[in-house]
Design a protein around this ligand. Structure first.
Ligand code: BGC
Length: 759
């Protein structure tokens, strides 16, 4: 914050700059700062010409609809996501947009989350890497990115009031981790503060979140904008570190009055002005519109990229060899399901855009296979109003074909921003249709369209192959045909677990909470962290995805480079007979039996490899203290605990191909020992251990130590030192004070000798 108050600008003017001038513009002041045009995002530019709304109700200028984050998340491909960001920026700039309101990067805590289609993953490492690439891409094009929704915005139920009750460790290790990575590495122009509360404090009015963590710890130097309508108390928000309230609520007078009453430091307003000016310096002058021809050329290029990204996003969940479809024998393919003709390609709410043109899988397959080969039957109506006749026609088509490609998925009304789902099942009429089709079709391929995960357990045995197509953007139809026909090989990997049953999910008992409180009872055990730790079967694990070839993993070498720094190297060979891309994954966690409350394995690195048949590539991934550390809530800091760590490399979180163990001596940080530290904590500390040994020689228990039952010794361990005074052991307040002083002195010696460090 500036120390000096800028007296040259009236308070009223400064106050006006801390809010928008309309739904999409920040307020500008000649000679001070220009206004900025903000637009949704994230998977396309939602530029509204006049008025506007934040709910995706009103129309916007047509724009390329890229695959939403649920799909891009499955690419595990930061380079591709960066290119999507660059393309979005080009289109945004052409439409005079200064800041694109994306990427959305909240974690998928529950498969029911209504906005899961707008988020990348259930894992913070993957989310962080992909969101950083998105931001870098957008900003390389001279447009600002705005990461959202900061933070712990993981549900839609009661989204504007709910308090996410989450422990400190889960906050740091899971929910803030991806934001931290993006802020530190990609320097987004803006961060959007969320609607919800975190442990009772509104995220948009939380000084700990917006100032201490975001700015002071992570070094964020951009603008914090509120989610649309998130601010209740503008003065509290400004005090907390929010810069820009959107859209305006006409409450500038309250801000001015608060400054005059001394309730809000004027320097807080100066800080906002300074940040807005810095944003102007970053983004330059207002964007120039481009000609219609230029815009058309940009959109054409972007449609090609949208198709490439869509093809990379789909995940081949299962395949017994039916895919790619054999197009040599020109026997018929039954294309079944309304979604083949009327694709679902984006989600509902503020991110909904008007696409420049939408391809359907039916058109794409028909164009490539011929009208004599493809026979279409809608089978069901998307709104559930279908009847027996529709299903009968589909069954008839399937019975006459060599293979039935059945398009199933979630209708628009089943998932959207603004509400959560209550089930992960596909609509019953669609499952019923699949059962009937499978009874007559020689072979069945299921293609899914859904923004949130759907359960496959009830029907997967009917399918010879399942292609999870998520929501693939406007070019998804062409991309789906590319994959089904083998013009491209699938390469997507699941960025979230597909559970067998909703009830298996760690969030199940507490999501979405009651009475405005959502308790994050599973703590750090989000998604696969829980399933893998509990060894619970899943339908398809995190990281899973097949292609049309096979890969072998070999030669794992983990070489120590420095203290708590290793290089993990291994080889991957394409052992099949087609080109293919494998995403090799590195998982790390405490070895069996150690640090029992931590996840067994967490994604800590990945690499995408394009390999020709017979080709081998060697991957090297760094493994550093950052990958081993855990959040110490008592000490309020990251720590690396000493012990063994299991290093796993594989094709999914469950398909582990190579294993090794590394040992860490920890970060060798000596946290202060106090009278409140337990005997176990004293024993675990090298200085405490020595000092305590002397005490144990003096207390009356010590002489009988060998005869003390083991359970008593264990009970002793959990007692804070000071409490020993209550147990008739001859320990007094003076003894305790003396021990604490001795321990401090011994710790200082160890630190001075260079063996240990200060926190
Ligand atoms: C959404 C944001 C969006 C904003 C503006 C809000 O309702 O939560 O993601 O950027 O509206 O449309």
């Amino acid at each position: 914050m500036p120390d000096q108050i800028d007296r040259t600008l009236p308070i009223e003017l400064k106050a006006s700059l801390t809010s928008g001038s309309d739904t999409w513009h920040s307020t500008g002041a000649p000679g001070v700062v220009r206004p900025f045009l903000l637009a949704d995002g994230p998977h396309g530019v939602r530029r509204q010409r006049e008025g506007g709304d934040a709910l995706g109700i009103g129309n916007s200028v047509p724009a390329t609809c890229f695959p939403p984050a649920v799909a891009l998340g499955s690419t595990w491909d930061p380079a591709l996501v960066r290119r999507v960001g660059e393309a979005l920026a080009e289109e945004a700039a052409a439409l005079e947009v200064d800041v694109l309101l994306g990427p959305g990067m909240n974690l998928k805590r529950s498969p029911l989350g209504g906005r899961n289609f707008e988020y990348f993953s259930e894992d913070p490492h993957l989310t962080g890497r992909l969101a950083a690439a998105y931001v870098e891409g957008i900003q390389a094009g001279g447009v600002g990115a705005c990461v959202k929704h900061f933070a712990v915005n993981n549900q839609e139920t009661d989204r504007m009031r709910v308090s996410a009750e989450v422990d400190q460790r889960a906050l740091h290790e899971v929910y803030l981790r991806a934001f931290e990575h993006v802020v530190r590495t990609a320097r987004p122009a803006m961060v959007m503060s969320a609607y919800n509360r975190i442990n009772g404090v509104p995220a948009s009015e939380d000084p700990w979140l917006l100032t201490r963590v975001l700015r002071e710890e992570w070094g964020f130097d951009g603008v914090v904008v509120s989610d649309w309508g998130a601010v209740d108390d503008r003065v509290a928000a400004l005090r907390a570190g929010l810069d820009l309230e959107m859209p305006p609520t006409g409450t500038d007078d309250e801000v001015v009055a608060a400054v005059e009453r001394g309730e809000l430091a004027e320097s807080a307003l100066d800080a906002v002005v300074e940040r807005l000016r810095r944003l102007e310096a970053r983004l330059g002058g207002a964007k120039e519109p481009v000609s219609e021809q230029e815009l058309a050329a940009i959109r054409d290029r972007n449609t090609d990229l949208a198709r490439e990204a869509a093809a990379r996003s789909a995940v081949l969940l299962a395949n017994d060899g039916v895919l790619p479809l054999d197009r040599s024998s020109r026997t018929s393919v039954a294309v079944i399901g309304e979604f083949a003709r009327t694709p679902r390609f984006q989600g509902g709410g503020s991110s909904r855009i008007v696409p420049t043109g939408v391809s359907s899988a039916l058109d794409a397959l028909t164009a490539r296979l011929g009208t004599d080969v493809v026979r279409f039957a809608p089978g069901y109506a998307v709104d559930g109003s279908g009847d027996e006749a529709l299903a009968r026609a589909a069954v008839e088509a399937a019975g006459a074909a060599r293979v039935a490609v059945v398009f199933l998925g979630l209708p628009e009304h089943a998932e959207s921003e603004g509400f959560d789902r209550t089930t992960i099942d596909l609509p019953a009429d669609q499952v019923g249709l699949l059962e009937q089709v499978a009874a007559v079709a020689p072979r069945v391929v299921v293609v899914l369209s859904n923004g949130g995960v759907v359960s496959v357990a009830r029907w997967q045995h009917h399918a010879n192959a399942i292609l999870e197509g998520w929501l693939l953007g406007q070019a998804g139809g062409e991309a789906t045909a590319d994959l089904l026909l083998g013009d491209r090989a699938p390469s997507g990997k699941l960025a979230e677990t597909i559970p067998l049953r909703l009830a298996d999910h760690p969030s199940y008992p507490t999501f979405p909470g009651v009475d405005g409180v959502s308790v994050y009872g599973e703590s750090v055990h989000v998604g696969y962290r829980h399933f893998d730790a509990a060894d619970r079967p899943v339908a398809f694990p995190f990281g899973h995805g097949l292609t049309y070839t096979r890969f072998e993993y070999s030669d794992l070498r983990v070489v120590e480079q420095a203290e708590n720094t290793w290089e993990v190297a291994f080889s991957v060979t394409n052992t099949g007979d087609r080109d293919g891309r494998e995403v090799a994954q590195l998982y790390v966690g405490p070895a069996e039996g150690q640090q029992p409350t931590r996840p067994r394995a967490e994604l800590r690195g990945f690499a995408a490899l394009d390999l020709r048949p017979g080709e081998t590539a060697t991957v090297t991934l760094p493994l550093t203290a950052a990958e081993l550390q855990t959040w110490d809530a008592r000490g309020q800091r990251w720590t690396v605990l000493p012990g063994d760590y299991a290093v796993r490399v594989g094709a999914s979180s469950r398909d582990v191909r190579l294993r090794a163990t590394v040992h860490s001596d920890g970060d060798r940080v000596l946290a202060p020992l106090t009278a409140q530290s337990t005997i176990a904590e004293w024993q675990a500390d090298p200085a405490g251990q020595q000092v305590l040994a002397a005490l144990l020689g003096r207390v009356s228990l010590a002489g009988r130590a060998s005869s003390v039952a083991p359970e008593l010794v264990r009970m002793f361990l959990s007692i804070p030192l000071d409490k020993l005074r209550s147990f008739g052991l001859g320990v007094t307040a003076a003894t305790v004070a003396d021990l604490v002083a001795q321990a401090q002195a011994r710790q200082e010696e160890l630190i001075a000798a260079g063996t240990y460090r200060r926190p």
